[in-house]
Design a protein around this ligand. Structure first.
Ligand SMILES: NC(=O)c1ccc[n+]([C@@H]2O[C@H](COP(=O)([O-])OP(=O)(O)OC[C@H]3O[C@@H](n4cnc5c(N)ncnc54)[C@H](O)[C@@H]3O)[C@@H](O)[C@H]2O)c1
Length: 442
């Protein structure tokens, strides 16, 4: 029996195949899929993945017990992952991966057969939510509820066709236009009525999430869209005992922000300004060039500093902080995003200092292992009987979802401690508090 409070959790084994359902067959998802296929064949290493490379300390430091995380909580093996996707274009994963030019052709060619097998299903799409894209490979339906039913049919036939035992859905499609929660998202019954009447405040991502949760499939949201972060979806997740998580993969600039800002606060150093800008030339950059999609991303990227620095508690240090985030679409760079941060800090007696961070990153190379870890941990959550918002996975998100009224945790190392303590807890191991006094006192 599952008993999360006492840590006496019955975790079902990770036997059989795990279906990975991905709305959005673009740069991130094909880099993720191709990477998994490469690791399976010994052609690459899963660098950046906590589930594949991470260990977890158990017990006292003197016990020297640090198993691999994937063995400790028995996660699905990469050999057992089967991929399915939806997209508005009809190109298979091989074609998309080649066009995305994230991974080199020499790595992709030996994977061709398995990547060609990932053919996108027709998407649920609405240009009202992604102005800068259009595509022919889309479902038609009289109502949004009808589209949701078509997605549920896709999920059921994917399961039968591939003989998978369990599934997880991870949103890797484009960022949608900004949406505030409204009446249609306030309860499950309101949401279902809104689906039937084609309410304009129901975005495609919500239709996928609804179909997943109705089908008992955990849903993780890699983009900053509202999607599953509503009362209606949480009601459904609870009702069907399905885990949800989101939102917006934390990969580059924001990852570093959630390392640096906690360091300044830990040392009581002031921050006067933080200017973050990016150039990005992939399709995500093109979508984010539209002000409505950018607004969704901007809100997600801006949310971090206020929560970490607590200007209400430390007005002298952070009360006047100016925080600006920009993303500029610049095609020559493709997926190789470059970000600059100028941070104006001040110290003892108010003396000003500056920090410059210039991150020449690769967007999809950073996001792929995050998608993999989320798939495996969301499946673990479901096997452990954990449902609703999985706050212990905040580690992976720019805007972690929380229960209503709670502030998210953004500090990367508190997030990691929370993740690892959750794993210890469900396995009945003692939590690690880092107190350590017992080493020094009789
Ligand atoms: N790469 C990163 O570091 C990172 C970090 C955080 C979030 N993200 C988010 O991940 C998502 C994917 O990024 P990407 O670089 O792969 O973008 P991409 O443009 O290469 O791929 C997105 C794909 O989604 C498809 N799509 C759009 N709407 C759809 C719908 N309704 N149904 C099915 N498919 C749809 C597009 O046709 C495209 O092929 C974006 O929302 C991005 O903002 C990426």
């Amino acid at each position: 029996m599952t008993n999360l409070e006492s840590g006496n959790v019955d975790i079902k084994p990770a036997d059989g195949k795990l279906g990975v359902l991905i709305p959005g067959l673009g740069a991130v998802s094909t880099t993720f899929i191709a990477g998994v296929e490469a690791v399976k064949r010994g052609l690459g290493r899963p660098i950046g993945s906590l589930t594949q490379l991470g260990t977890i300390r158990l017990g006292k430091r003197t016990e020297n017990r640090s198993p691999a995380i994937k063995d400790f909580v028995s996660l699905s093996n990469l050999d057992d992952l089967v991929f399915g996707a939806w997209d508005i274009h009809g190109q298979d994963a091989y074609q998309v991966a080649r066009d995305a030019r994230v991974l080199e052709e020499s790595l992709l060619v030996p994977l061709e057969e398995s990547l060609r097998a990932v053919q996108p299903m027709k998407a649920v799409f609405d240009r009202e939510f992604v102005h800068n894209l259009k595509g022919p490979h889309v479902k038609q339906g009289a109502t949004k509820m009808d589209l949701a039913r078509q997605l549920m049919d896709d999920i059921a036939s994917f399961k039968d066709r591939n003989k998978v035992d369990r599934m997880v859905m991870v949103w890797c499609a484009s960022t949608e236009a900004f949406l505030e929660p409204g009446a249609a998202h306030a309860s499950l019954s309101a949401f279902e009525a809104a689906l039937e009447r084609n309410d304009p405040t129901i975005a495609p991502s919500m239709i996928y999430a609804y179909a997943a949760l109705k089908s008992g499939v955990p849903f993780a949201n890699g983009a900053p869209n509202l999607t599953v972060d509503t009362l209606a979806m949480q009601e459904l997740a609870k009702q069907n005992h399905v885990p949800t998580a989101g939102k917006d993969f934390k990969t580059g600039q924001t990852l570093l922000k959630t390392v640096l800002a906690p360091a300044f606060k830990a040392r009581m150093l002031g921050v006067q300004g933080w200017f973050s800008t990016n150039i990005l030339g992939n399709m995500d950059g093109m979508v984010l060039d539209d002000p409505d999609s950018f607004k969704t991303k901007e809100k997600s990227k801006l949310s971090v500093l206020d929560v970490v620095l607590q200007p209400d508690v430390y007005p002298e240090l952070y009360g006047d902080l100016m925080h600006k985030v920009r993303i500029n679409y610049y095609p020559p760079r493709g997926d190789n995003k470059e970000s600059w941060d100028n941070i104006d800090i001040f110290g003892w007696m108010g003396y000003p200092m500056q920090i410059k961070v210039n991150f020449l990153c690769r967007d999809s190379i950073l996001a792929a292992p995050v998608a993999l870890d989320l798939v495996l941990f969301m499946d673990l959550a479901q096997r452990a009987g954990m449902y609703g918002i999985q706050e212990w996975l905040s580690f992976y998100w720019k805007s972690p979802m929380t229960a209503p009224g709670l502030k998210p945790e953004h500090d990367l190392f508190i997030q990691l401690a929370k993740l690892k303590n959750t794993l210890r807890h469900i396995k009945g191991e003692s939590l690690i508090t880092h107190l350590g006094l017992d080493y020094y006192q009789e």
